[in-house]
Design a binder for this molecule. Structure first.
Ligand code: ADP
Length: 420
C-alpha cells in the first residue's frame, strides 16, 4: 500500500476532520485540517443508492481516482472513503506513529434542525432521534444526512461525530421575522414558520468579513448574499441572524438556478384549477424547472445565462434582470432588521465570481450608501481585503465562503471538549 502522506503533517491541532455532506443521491466529502483549512482528501460519490454509484477521490495535490461501487449504499460509499485514509497518510488513533496525522472526528452537514437545534452538537442516540423527528421538514435531505451518520457509526463506532445544521444559525431570528401570517395552529401543530438555510456559510462569512474589516462582530451590521445554486440573503447583527429570505423550505425568497423563489401562493390554486396540475407536480416545477432556467430557457447556470445575455438572447437578459431586481429588493428589505448597514457581503459561486451581478446590484442600491469600485469589483476584491466599493461608511465586499471548513472547526471544537 502506498504511504503517500504529505512530507509535512497538516495535523497540527489534534487531528484531521472528515466532513460529509450526504445528499439524497450524492455524498460529498473532504478530509481537512480544522486550523489551517488544508485539504488532504476530497471528493464526491454520485448516483448513490443505485448500482451505478461512482466515487471520485482526489488526494491532494493532484492524484485523482474514480471507482465504481455496485453496492451503492451510503455505508459502502463511506467505507470506501475511509479506506482511502491510510494512503493519504492517516493512521487510526491507536496505531499511528508519532507525528502521523489521524482522524479526530466526522462532521456532518444536516439540512434541517427544526427549532430543536440552535448550534452544532455531538451526535448521540438522542440527537439521532431528534434529527429523525425533524425529517418531515426536509424529507429529501434529513434522511440522507442521517444515513451518513449511521454509516460512520457502524463503520467507526469510536469516532466522535458532530452534526452541523443549515438552519441553526437563524434560530436567533425574532418572531416578527420568522412567523408567517397564517393560522396559529399551522405553526404550533405543523411547525410552519420560517427557518432559513445556508446558516453555516453565513456564520463563516460573517466572522471572515469582520476580520477583513478589522472590526469586532459585535457592533457590525451586515447583509450577506449567499448566491450559489441556491440563493438567499441574511441580515446579521452583532454576529447573529435577525432575518433571512429562505423560509420553511429553501424555495422561498430569491430567484435561484432552478428554483422560483417567491411566487404568489395563489399560484397553486390557480394552476391546479386552470391546468389540472397536482400539488407535487407544481412543487417539482417550482424547485427544478423555474428560476434562471425557467426564465431563460437556456440554463440554470449563471455563467451560461450571462454569456447568452451578452450574445443578445432576450430571455437570458430578462432572467438576469429579474434575478438582480429581486436580489436588490431583498437586500434593501434586510436592512429593516438591521436599522443601519455597515457592509454588504457577496459570497458563493455567483457572489464570489460574477462581477456583473455585483455591479448591477450595487447600481440599484445607491440610496443605501452603496457604490462600486469597478476595478476592485473586476478583481473580486482580491487585493483590497474583499472591498469592492470606494472609501465610505458603507462597504461592499466579496468574501469566499467555506462551509466545509466551518463544519471541520465545529467538529474539532466539540470533539476536543467532549466529556470522556
Ligand atoms: P452550490 O450552491 O452548489 O455550492 P456554487 O456556490 O458553486 O454552488 O455556485 C454555483 C453558481 O455559481 C452557478 O450558477 C455558477 O454559474 C455560478 N458561477 C460560478 N462561477 C461564475 C462566474 N465566473 N460568473 C458567474 N457565475 C458563476
Amino acid at each position: 500500500m502506498a504511504t503517500g502522506g504529505s512530507a509535512h503533517s497538516p495535523d497540527d491541532s489534534g487531528g484531521l476532520v472528515l466532513v460529509l455532506n450526504s445528499g439524497s443521491s450524492s455524498v460529498k466529502f473532504a478530509v481537512l485540517a480544522p486550523a489551517s483549512g488544508e485539504r488532504v482528501l476530497a471528493g464526491m460519490a454520485d448516483k448513490v443508492g443505485t448500482p451505478e454509484t461512482e466515487l471520485r477521490v482526489r488526494r491532494y495535490p493532484d492524484h485523482v481516482v474514480t471507482e465504481q461501487l455496485p453496492d451503492g449504499s451510503y455505508r459502502a460509499v463511506i467505507s470506501r472513503i475511509l479506506g482511502h485514509l491510510p494512503e493519504a497518510g492517516l493512521g487510526t488513533a491507536e496505531d499511528r506513529e508519532p507525528g502521523q496525522a489521524h482522524l479526530a472526528g466526522a462532521g456532518h452537514r444536516v439540512v434541517h434542525g427544526g427549532e430543536r437545534f440552535t448550534a452544532s452538537v455531538l451526535v448521540d442516540d438522542e440527537v439521532v432521534a431528534a434529527i429523525r423527528a425533524s425529517s418531515h421538514l426536509a424529507p429529501l435531505h434529513n434522511p440522507a444526512n442521517l444515513a451518513g451518520i449511521e454509516a460512520v457509526r457502524a463503520l467507526r463506532p469510536d469516532l466522535p461525530q458532530v452534526a452541523v445544521f443549515d438552519t441553526a444559525f437563524h434560530q436567533t431570528m425574532p418572531p416578527r421575522a420568522f412567523r408567517y401570517a397564517v393560522p396559529e395552529e399551522w405553526y404550533t401543530r405543523y411547525g410552519v414558520r420560517r427557518y432559513g438555510f445556508h446558516g453555516t456559510s453565513y456564520r463563516f462569512v460573517s466572522e471572515r468579513a469582520a476580520a477583513l474589516l478589522g472590526r469586532p462582530l459585535a457592533g457590525l451590521r451586515l447583509v450577506i448574499a449567499h448566491l450559489g445554486n441556491g440563493c438567499s440573503v441574511a441580515a446579521v447583527r452583532d454576529g447573529v441572524s435577525v432575518d433571512t429570505t429562505m423560509g420553511l423550505t429553501p424555495l422561498e425568497g430569491l430567484v435561484m438556478g432552478t428554483r422560483s423563489g417567491d411566487v404568489d401562493p395563489g399560484v397553486f390554486a390557480f394552476l391546479a384549477g386552470r391546468a389540472g396540475l397536482a400539488i407535487d407536480e407544481l412543487d417539482r416545477t417550482l424547485y427544478n424547472a423555474s428560476g434562471l432556467l425557467g426564465l431563460s430557457g437556456v440554463s440554470n447556470d449563471m455563467r451560461t445565462v450571462e454569456a447568452a445575455a451578452a450574445e443578445g438572447n432576450e430571455r437570458a437578459r430578462l432572467a438576469l434582470e429579474v434575478f438582480v431586481h429581486r436580489l436588490a429588493k431583498a437586500i434593501a428589505g434586510m436592512v429593516v432588521g438591521l436599522e443601519r448597514l455597515d457592509a454588504l457581503v457577496f459570497t458563493a459561486g455567483i457572489g464570489e465570481n460574477s462581477a456583473l451581478v455585483r455591479s448591477q446590484v450595487l447600481a440599484r442600491l445607491g440610496f443605501l450608501g452603496l457604490a462600486e469600485d469597478a476595478g476592485a469589483n473586476e478583481r473580486h476584491g482580491r487585493d483590497t481585503r474583499g472591498r469592492i466599493s470606494p472609501d465610505g461608511p458603507v462597504v461592499a465586499m466579496v468574501v469566499p465562503t467555506d462551509e466545509e471548513l466551518m463544519i471541520a472547526r465545529d467538529t474539532a471544537r466539540l470533539t476536543l471538549n467532549r466529556p470522556r
